[in-house]
Design a protein around this ligand. Structure first.
Ligand code: MG
Ligand code: ZN
Length: 377
C-alpha cells in the first residue's frame, strides 16, 4: 500500500512536471504566434528603419531634457520594448544587434548577416531589392561599419572592413551615404579599386571633395554612392551636419513613382561612440542630430500616409543615468560602464502597421514584423 502511494505520488510528480514543460512550450509557441498572427490594420508601401546606435531610454531622456523637454520622436504613436541579447552573449554588440534586424535571427557578437552557426541569410534589404523595391543606407559612421554592414555583408568579423566593402559590390542597393572611402580605393589587403567597380555598376560616386552633401541635389535615374569622409565621419559637434538633410533627400530620391516601394535604413551611428567615451555632451549632440533626421522621416510619413517609420536601437551604451541638473538643461549624468548594457530597448513606430510594434518582444520580431508588413512571413 505504502509502495502504491509512493508510486502514485511519483507518477503525479512526473505528470505535473511534464505538464509544466508542455505548458511552457505552449506559452512560448503562443507568444510566437501572437506577434505573427496579429493582423495589421493597414500595410505600408515604404519602411524607414532608424537605428540610434547605443540609444537607450537615458540617451533619449538626455536629448529631450537638453532640448527644452521635447523630441520629434514623441510624434510616434506606438511604443514597444525589445530584448537585445545576442546568441552568445547577454549583451549584444552592434554587429549581432543589426544582423537580428536584417535577417531575423539572433547571432553571435561580431557576426554580420550570418546566423549563430555562421550560415549566411538573405537580408531584408537584399530581399526587398530583389522584389524591385528601392533601397538605401544612410549613416554617420563608415558605410562598412557594423550597423550598415549587417544589411549587406556576410562576414564573421565586423572588423574586416575591406572584405565587407567587397560584399557591398554584390548588393543591389540604390543609395549609399556614409564614410570610409579608404576601404574602397586605398586598400591594405589588395589593390582593388572598388570605386571603379561601383562606377561600372552604374553608380554615380561622389564624395566630400566633390560636393557639399547639404547643398547637393541628388540626381534621379542613377544609383548613388556618396562618401562623407575617408575614415569615420566627424562628430556633429565638430561640424558634421548632413544627416537631417540627407534623410529628407534620400527619402525623396527613393520614393520613385515606378518603384514598388522603398526601404531606407538611417543610422545615428555616433550616439554609441559618445557612450563609449562616457561623454554626455557627445551623446546629446548626436541624439539631437538623429532627432532632426527623425523629423524628416516623420514629416514625410505624415504627408505620405503610406510609410512606416520604426525608430529603435541595437542596445544601450555607457549605462547612462541622469542624476540631476537644472530643469531642462545642464544635466548631471553618470555612467556605469564604457561598454554596452543589457537594458530593454525602446521601439517607436509611426504609420501603417505601427500597432504591431507595441508590446515586449525579442529583437528578432523587428525583422518578422517588417517582413510580415512587406508581405512575407
Ligand atoms: Mg552602428
Ligand atoms: Zn558600441
Amino acid at each position: 500500500m505504502k509502495n502504491l502511494k509512493i508510486s502514485v505520488l511519483f507518477v503525479c510528480l512526473l505528470c505535473s512536471s511534464a505538464c509544466g514543460v508542455q505548458q511552457a512550450k505552449q506559452a512560448i509557441n503562443s507568444e510566437k504566434q501572437s506577434t505573427l498572427t496579429q493582423k495589421p490594420k493597414a500595410t505600408p508601401k515604404n519602411i524607414i528603419l532608424m537605428i540610434g546606435d547605443g540609444m537607450g531610454i537615458s540617451q533619449i531622456t538626455a536629448g529631450m531634457y537638453s532640448n527644452n523637454n521635447y523630441l520629434e520622436l514623441e510624434r510616434c504613436t506606438h511604443i514597444g520594448l525589445h530584448k537585445q541579447h545576442a546568441s552568445d552573449n547577454l549583451i549584444t554588440d552592434s554587429a549581432a544587434g543589426a544582423t537580428v534586424f536584417s535577417i531575423g535571427r539572433k547571432s553571435n557578437n561580431k557576426y554580420l548577416g550570418l546566423d549563430s552557426l555562421g550560415n549566411p541569410h538573405q537580408t531584408i534589404l537584399e530581399y526587398l531589392s530583389s522584389k524591385k523595391y528601392k533601397t538605401g543606407l544612410l549613416v554617420t559612421s563608415t558605410i562598412v561599419h557594423a550597423t550598415p554592414a549587417a544589411f549587406y555583408a556576410h562576414q564573421k568579423s565586423r572588423n574586416d572592413y575591406e572584405k565587407i566593402a567587397v560584399d557591398l559590390m554584390a548588393t543591389d542597393v540604390d543609395l549609399l551615404i556614409g564614410g570610409g572611402k579608404k576601404y574602397f580605393n586605398r586598400r591594405m589587403t589588395d589593390s582593388l579599386d572598388l570605386i571603379e567597380v561601383l562606377k561600372n555598376r552604374d553608380y554615380l560616386v561622389q564624395d566630400y571633395f566633390d560636393q557639399d552633401l547639404n547643398n547637393w541635389i541628388f540626381p534621379i535615374g542613377q544609383k548613388l554612392a556618396f562618401f562623407t569622409s575617408d575614415g569615420d565621419p566627424e562628430k556633429q559637434s565638430k561640424g558634421r551636419t548632413y544627416l537631417p538633410s540627407a534623410t529628407a533627400k534620400s527619402i525623396a530620391f527613393l520614393n520613385q513613382p515606378n518603384a514598388k516601394g522603398f526601404f531606407l535604413m538611417v543610422e545615428g551611428s555616433q550616439i554609441d561612440w559618445g557612450g563609449h567615451d562616457n561623454d554626455a555632451n557627445y551623446i546629446i549632440a548626436e541624439m539631437l542630430d538623429f532627432d532632426k533626421a527623425i523629423k524628416a522621416a516623420l514629416d514625410f510619413a505624415q504627408a505620405d500616409q503610406n510609410t512606416l517609420v520604426i525608430i529603435t536601437a541595437d542596445h544601450e551604451t555607457g549605462g547612462l543615468a541622469i542624476i540631476g541638473g537644472k530643469k531642462f538643461g545642464d544635466l548631471k549624468t553618470a555612467f556605469t560602464t564604457e561598454n554596452h548594457t543589457a537594458d530593454l530597448i525602446p521601439v517607436f513606430a509611426y504609420g501603417p502597421g505601427a500597432e504591431l510594434f507595441s508590446g515586449i518582444y525579442e529583437n528578432t520580431e523587428i525583422y518578422n514584423k517588417m517582413m510580415q508588413l512587406m508581405g512575407k512571413d
